[in-house]
Design a protein around this ligand. Structure first.
Ligand code: FES
Length: 254
């Protein structure tokens, strides 16, 4: 209990550009994603929306996202398909009504801290909430994040920092061993539509930088720096991605 309080006091941000940690004001946003009942996501006008391709190594571990197309609309809201069956992905074309899409948000509405496991590392500790995993696979490089967490090696330290900056779902979060504070990457508010080309499937919506997501019933989800939303319609943790897209024929990359 004490640990949870300490962790939620102040977040830190890690700037890849400047290689420094700074204080981060959590949850400050005037951009949002609204979920509609059994229908699309409505993204506020002005939120940058970009298609990105995953770039992987020969083992399938993801190294980076490459921006492919800027779909931003500064003046109009963007309607993104949530059911996975639009013929005009990533946009909604009304197919959700034809297929009788059930977009009930049955997923976990508790905060990240609720249920995240604290892992002890050598240089950093980390929080891990496996239920949020969207199969981003940044944590799969070499011997993987969990082994690197237990290493004092400088390269492993850098890799652990890299994973904590790139894990799109926010499943993994670094924690300062001495202060117990969470460390978050400094991210612009924008949306990545992830095309997991190496895995052959369209992936989740990656909402970056603390964009408010509201449920179809008006519920305000916890604002987090890294969030992945389902866009195949099959997640058992709606509205969040649970990697179900990887088994969906309708999400295969053409
Ligand atoms: S949510 Fe409208 S077509 Fe998928």
């Amino acid at each position: 209990m004490l640990l949870c309080c300490r962790l939620s006091l102040v977040d830190m941000v890690y700037s890849q550009k400047e290689n420094v940690f700074t204080n981060h004001e959590k949850g400050k946003t005037n951009m949002k994603i609204a979920i509609t009942k059994n229908g699309p996501y409505i993204v506020d006008a002005g939120v940058p929306v970009k298609e990105v391709n995953s770039l992987a190594n020969k083992d399938g571990a993801v190294l980076a996202y490459e921006e492919k197309m800027d779909l931003s609309d500064a003046k109009a809201n963007t309607y993104l398909c949530r059911c996975g069956h639009s013929a005009n992905k990533p946009f909604c074309d009304g197919h959700h009504a034809k297929i009788g899409f059930d977009g009930t948000e049955a997923g976990d509405r508790k905060s990240y801290d609720h249920g995240a496991e604290l892992l002890q590392g050598k240089v950093y500790d980390a929080l891990d909430k496996p239920g949020l995993c969207a199969a981003g696979r940044f944590c799969d490089v070499s011997t993987g994040f969990w082994n690197a967490l237990h290493s004092m090696d400088e390269a492993d330290k850098k890799y652990v920092e890299h994973v904590a900056c790139t894990c799109p779902s926010g499943r993994l979060t670094l924690v300062d061993k001495h202060t117990g504070q969470k460390i978050e990457p400094e991210l612009e508010k924008e949306i990545y539509l992830v095309n997991d080309v190496p895995a052959g499937h369209l992936g989740p919506i990656y909402a970056k930088g603390g964009i408010q997501v509201t449920g179809a019933d008006g519920f305000a989800y916890e604002v987090r720096n890294r969030v992945t939303l389902c866009r195949c319609g099959e997640s058992r943790n709606l509205p969040f991605c649970d990697a179900s897209h990887l088994r969906c024929e309708h999400m295969e990359v053409e």
